[in-house]
Design a protein around this ligand. Structure first.
Ligand code: PEP
Ligand code: MG
Length: 571
C-alpha cells in the first residue's frame, strides 16, 4: 500500500470529491487509460492492430501521392514513419503491454512511447534526436485512428471517476457532465481557464496547476479537496472517513432554503442593479429560470455547438435554442456566437488566444457562422433573443459580421422562414483594441458586454490558462481600473446598455469596484449569483464611487485590493 500523500494545486472549483483517478491521455485526443478485464484483452489487441493497419495504409497513400507530386526524394520521409510501425521494439512491446498488464491501447502506447522518448532525449546525436519527431507523429496518428474506432468510451468510466490529466479541455468536461465524473485534477491550467469556469458551473470540485499529479495512475484512489486546494493521493481509511462525514454535513446544509434570487438587486442607496446569469450549456437555463434570474447575460454556445466533438446540425440547433428561449420564460437570452480557440493550444504549442479565435474563426468559416445565425434567428420567435459577437478587435470585424448577418436574414426571408427582425446585436469588449474604440463601434451595435476575463489577460499580457503567471493576473491592477474607467466614459454618451459578464463581476470586491465605476448591469454564473446579490444589497454606490476615486490614485494592485476588501467586508 502506498502512503497517503498531499499534492498541492490551485482551487478551480470548491467542494470535495472522493473517487478513482481516470487519466486522460492527451488533451487533443481525449482518450482514457483503463484497466481491462482478461476477456477484453484479445479484442483490445485487435483494436490496436487495426489502428496500426489503418495508419500504414494512410502513410502508403501519402507516400504515393508525394511521389507523384514531387518525385521520390521527399517520399523517403514517410519511410521513417513506416519503419516505426514495423519496429518490434515499438509495436510488439505495445501488444505485450496490453497482454500482460491488461490495459487499453492508449495506455500501452503511452508507456512504450514515454520510454522511447526518454531514450531519444538522452542521445547526443542531434540527427537521431530529431527522429523523436517521427515517433511523436506516429503516436498521434495511432491515437487518432484508435479514436475513429471509438472506445465504448465514457460508459467505461467508474461511477466515481476523478478526471486527471495534463490539461482537460472544457469540452471533455462538458461532454461528461451527465456521466460519472465527481472531480477534476489537472497538472496545468489556472482558475481562469474555461475548464475551471465549466467545473464551477457543473459544481465539480476541481484542482488545477498541480504538476505532481503526473505520477498518479488510473485506478488510484484520490480525494480532491477544492476547499483546501489539495489532492490527497492514496488517502488512509481514516482520512476517507473524515471526508465522507464532512460531505454528509455539507449536503444537509445545502438543503436549507437560501435568499430569494428573484427579488430585485438594489443597493443601500436605492440604485437598482440588473443581475443576469452566465450559462455554459442549455440545460442550465432551467435552474437560472427556477431561481428567477432576470436575464441570461451570457450563454457560451460553443460547448453545445460542438457536442461530443461533432458539429450540431441546423435543425437540432433550432430545437435546442427554442427550448432555451421557452424555458427562460420571457427573460432575454444573450447567445454569444461560438468562441472557438480559447483554452486550446495547437500541437506545436502555439497559443490560440492570439490566433484564429472567436469572430475571426466565424468570419473564416462562414458556413459554420451562417448555420448558427440561421438557427438563432429561426429560434428567435420563441422569446427575446440577443446575439453577441466575441473577440472583436475592429469596426471592420463588425462590418464583416453584419454582412453575414444580413445575408442570413435575406436567405430566411427568401425561404419564408419566420424570425424576429429586431434581434439586438451586441459586441464583447474583451480586447484592448475594442476597449479603446468601443465608442466607434456603438453605431453598429445595440448593446455591449464587457468580458473582463480576456480583457485582463490581453491588457496585462498574462495567459489566463497558464498557472505559472496566474499570480500576475489581477483585476485590481491600476491599468485595468483605468481601462474600465475609460470604457465607461466612452460608452456612457452612446446610451447603449453595457453588461459586465467576466469573472470580475462574480467576486464581491471586484464587482463592487465595477459598481463604483458606474456599471449597473452584471452577469455571473449561477454559483456566484446569490453572493453578488448579497454584496449589492449591502453596499452604497455613492460610497463605492468615493472608493474608486481613491483607488484610482493608488500605484499597486495589492494596495488597491486591500482597500477594496476593507470597504466591502467592513473590516
Ligand atoms: C470574458 O472574456 O470575460 C468572457 C466572459 O468570456 P470567456 O470567459 O468565455 O472568454
Ligand atoms: Mg472572453
Amino acid at each position: 500500500m502506498r502512503e497517503e500523500r498531499i499534492i498541492r494545486g490551485v482551487v478551480a472549483s470548491v467542494g470535495t470529491a472522493i473517487g478513482k483517478a481516470v487519466r486522460t491521455f492527451d488533451p487533443l485526443f481525449v482518450s482514457f487509460n483503463f484497466k481491462l478485464r482478461q476477456d477484453q484483452v484479445r479484442k483490445e489487441i485487435d483494436r490496436f492492430r487495426s489502428s496500426v493497419e489503418k495508419s500504414r495504409e494512410q502513410l502508403k497513400r501519402m507516400q504515393s501521392e508525394l511521389k507523384r507530386k514531387s518525385g521520390p526524394e521527399s517520399s523517403f520521409l514517410i519511410d521513417a514513419h513506416l519503419l516505426v510501425l514495423q519496429d518490434r521494439l515499438f509495436v510488439d512491446r505495445i501488444i505485450e503491454k496490453i497482454e500482460t498488464d491488461w490495459i487499453n491501447s492508449e495506455w500501452a502506447i503511452q508507456q512504450v512511447s514515454d520510454d522511447l522518448f526518454q531514450a531519444y532525449d538522452r542521445l547526443n546525436d542531434d540527427y537521431l534526436r530529431e527522429r523523436r519527431g517521427d515517433l511523436d507523429d506516429i503516436v498521434r496518428r495511432l491515437l487518432h485512428n484508435l479514436q475513429s474506432k471509438p472506445l465504448p468510451s465514457f460508459k467505461k468510466l467508474p461511477y466515481d471517476a476523478i478526471l486527471v490529466g495534463k490539461l482537460v479541455p472544457p469540452s471533455t468536461l462538458f461532454e461528461l457532465r451527465s456521466q460519472r465524473i465527481v472531480g477534476l485534477a489537472t497538472e496545468t491550467g489556472s482558475p481562469l481557464s474555461h475548464t475551471a469556469i465549466m467545473a464551477r458551473s457543473l459544481e465539480i470540485p476541481a484542482i488545477v496547476g498541480a504538476p505532481e499529479l503526473a505520477e498518479v495512475a488510473s485506478g488510484d484512489l484520490l480525494i480532491v479537496d477544492g476547499d483546501r486546494g489539495v489532492v490527497i493521493w492514496s488517502p488512509s481509511d481514516e482520512t476517507v472517513a473524515t471526508y465522507k462525514n464532512r460531505d454528509r454535513d455539507g449536503k444537509k446544509l445545502k438543503k436549507k432554503p437560501g435568499v430569494s434570487m428573484s427579488a430585485p438587486s438594489v443597493t443601500e442607496d436605492s440604485v437598482q442593479i440588473s443581475l443576469g446569469a452566465n450559462i455554459n450549456f442549455s440545460e442550465e437555463v432551467r435552474s437560472a429560470s427556477a431561481h428567477g434570474c432576470e436575464f441570461i447575460g451570457l450563454y457560451r454556445t460553443e460547448f453545445d455547438f460542438f457536442r461530443e466533438g461533432k458539429q450540431s446540425d441546423e435543425e437540432s440547433l433550432v430545437a435546442d435554442y427554442s427550448v432555451v428561449l421557452k424555458t427562460a420564460k420571457g427573460a432575454p437570452v444573450t447567445f454569444r456566437t461560438i468562441d472557438v480557440g480559447i483554452d486550446q493550444k495547437s500541437w506545436d504549442g502555439v497559443n490560440m488566444n492570439l490566433g484564429v479565435r472567436g469572430l475571426r474563426f466565424c468570419l473564416e468559416n462562414t458556413d459554420i457562422f451562417k448555420k448558427q445565425l440561421r438557427s438563432l434567428y429561426r429560434a428567435s420567435v420563441h422569446g427575446p433573443t440577443r446575439i453577441l459577437l466575441p473577440f472583436v478587435s475592429s469596426v471592420d470585424d463588425l462590418d464583416a459580421a453584419h454582412l453575414v448577418i444580413d445575408e442570413v436574414r435575406h436567405e430566411l426571408r427568401a425561404r419564408r422562414q419566420r424570425y424576429d427582425p429586431h434581434v439586438p446585436i451586441g459586441v464583447m469588449i474583451e480586447t484592448p483594441a475594442a476597449a479603446q474604440t468601443c465608442d466607434l463601434m456603438a453605431s453598429r451595435v445595440d448593446f455591449f458586454c464587457l468580458g473582463t476575463n480576456d480583457l485582463i489577460q490581453y491588457y496585462l499580457v498574462v495567459d489566463r490558462s497558464d498557472q505559472s503567471v496566474v499570480h500576475l493576473y489581477n483585476p485590481f491592477h491600476p491599468a485595468i481600473l483605468r481601462c474600465l474607467q475609460q470604457v465607461y466614459t466612452l460608452l456612457r454618451p452612446t446610451g447603449k446598455p453595457v453588461t459586465v459578464c467576466g469573472e470580475m463581476a462574480a467576486d464581491p470586491p471586484s464587482a463592487a469596484v465595477l459598481l463604483g465605476l458606474g456599471f449597473t448591469s452584471l452577469s455571473v454564473s449561477l454559483a456566484a449569483y446569490s453572493r453578488i446579490q448579497r454584496m449589492i444589497r449591502s453596499v452604497s454606490v455613492s460610497q463605492l464611487k468615493a472608493l474608486v476615486d481613491e483607488i484610482l490614485k493608488m500605484q499597486k494592485p495589492k494596495e488597491v485590493e486591500e482597500k477594496v476588501r476593507a470597504t466591502v467586508y467592513r473590516t
